[in-house]
Design a protein. Sequence first.
Length: 288
Amino acid sequence: MSATSSTDAGLNAGPHVVVVAGPTATGKSRLAVTIANALGGIVVNADSQQRYRDLPILSARPTPADMAGVPHMLFGDLGPKDTGSAAEWAEKAAKEIKEACAKGQQPIVVGGTGLYLRALMDGLIDIPKIPADIRASSETLLAEIGNAAFHERLRLRDPQVAERLAPGDTHRLLRAWDVVEATGTPLSTWQATPTSPPLNATYYSIVTEPERKALYDACDARFHQMLEAGAVEELRAFLDSGGALDMPVMRMLGARELAAYLGGAVTLNEAIATAQAATRHYAKRQVT
């Protein structure tokens, strides 16, 4: 575990905020509560999956017992059809931080969604919204020519971003292509634009960073703990009550894999293995 301090306007600027970050299944929530109890604080969620009201077991959202009487903010604030952007979250988080400080409470931000943390601490570039027709056209082109050829076409239009992306990184390839298509400006140029954070604050960052094997073992073990806690039953109830596979909440780790099991497409063991692999891959991306 490592700790650093950073600020955008001097050590004593604005609120002093503790940030507990790191990959999934590394005890961040537990550590945040410990710090909050010691400092008289509140916990502000920075995990995109734990913002959903539905599927609290699958998202590993803290239970009332886990919260140990500490106020927890921005947990379960989204419905299953909501997307929730990093910029929107950062504005909400900044508001919670200001209100906590006004009450004399220590704000502790906890989570592993890196884009959320960057949006709060550094600010995000204000790229115009991508029109739906451009997004659809990009997806059609990628499906027609394949990832490798799509990657090469992106290299001609935005070589800096293409150099950083693997051909298999479909989501980011499409994002980079969409931006240059919609704005006429490469994503790399947008990313070089100065940004302003939504809050002028001093951040003290604590990063949970276990050895890679220990991290992967923890990811596997926690998925089994979710199953023991009733993750399959939780998902079945959600789908039976009108939940659908195309809802944003179903992007949650393990949701689609367990849905495939409930639909009879795979065995439970196959679903578990696939979900655990996806979780390990996600944890690796978080570390990076």
